[in-house]
Design a protein around this ligand. Structure first.
Ligand SMILES: [Ca+2]
Length: 244
């Protein structure tokens, strides 16, 4: 009877043969090692509806999905009414993607009705009051016709880290990179329409109970005016390219 290759491979290997096989495997593994491939971690395409977020905070306002037939397809419309200070979407529906010691890139397109939508993005800390050291380590505002970015350090210390002219009534592409750190090894980068407008490293970007993103329009100073913003297809990825 002819010995099959299957039977042959089932023979016990000698120690030397096993060692050789292990060495070959190690060489192959090391030789083919590459940095982790860029990847999308969360896709908030507006065609999926508001279920891509954990919550909608828009009491009395209007949070809808619409389509202007301008090539953007479905978009999130967030309209804050007079008498309310916010119309925001809160966090993502897969919070396992968020954590300490990670590099997180958020990308989205933003259109604001006016040049004063106030807070359009928060890297909001979980918990309240005494539960956090930083209420919101990163804040982005559309204010006085500019997009302004702050790092907010423990002690509610607001540090402006960059700004750029903002044109309301048009789409603006934003990418925000956050390296999360509950120590001081964090970093922040913001790109507006392809230009880096803010950056800071050596900062604390992950609070005691963690953080999550918020998009929309919020601010006590605009409580008495309507503020309407549109967010297109927010997404989270491992690098800027994956969310651009
Ligand atoms: Ca879209």
């Amino acid at each position: 009877m002819t010995e099959t290759s299957e039977a042959h491979s089932s023979r016990p290997r000698t120690g030397r043969a096993l060692l050789a096989a292990v060495l070959v495997a190690v060489v192959i593994t090391v030789g083919f090692a590459r940095p982790a491939a860029a990847a999308i971690l969360w896709d908030g395409n507006a065609s999926k509806g508001f279920g891509v977020f954990a919550a909608v905070l828009c009491d009395g306002g209007s949070a809808t999905v619409t389509d202007w037939n301008d090539g953007h397809g479905a978009i999130f419309s967030l309209n804050k009414p007079v008498g309310s200070d916010r119309c925001e979407v809160h966090s993502i529906n897969d919070e396992s993607r968020l954590g300490d010691n990670r590099t997180l890139w958020f990308g989205w397109d933003l259109n604001t009705k006016t040049g004063n939508a106030q807070t359009v993005f928060q890297w909001k800390s979980n918990g309240t009051n005494d539960q956090h050291q930083q209420n919101y380590p990163v804040i982005m505002k559309v204010e006085d016709g500019r997009l302004r970015v702050w790092y907010v350090a423990p002690g509610e210390t607001w540090i402006g880290i960059g700004s750029a002219a903002w044109t309301p009534g048009t789409w603006n592409a934003i990418q925000l990179g956050i390296t999360t750190s509950s120590g001081s090894a964090g970093s922040i980068e913001v790109y507006l329409n392809g230009t880096r407008i803010a950056a800071r490293s050596g900062v604390r970007t992950w609070d005691d109970l963690g953080n999550k993103p918020r998009w929309g329009t919020y601010g006590a100073t605009i409580a008495n005016t309507e503020s309407h913003v549109w967010v297109d297809d927010p997404r989270l990825g491992t690098d800027r390219g994956s969310v651009s």
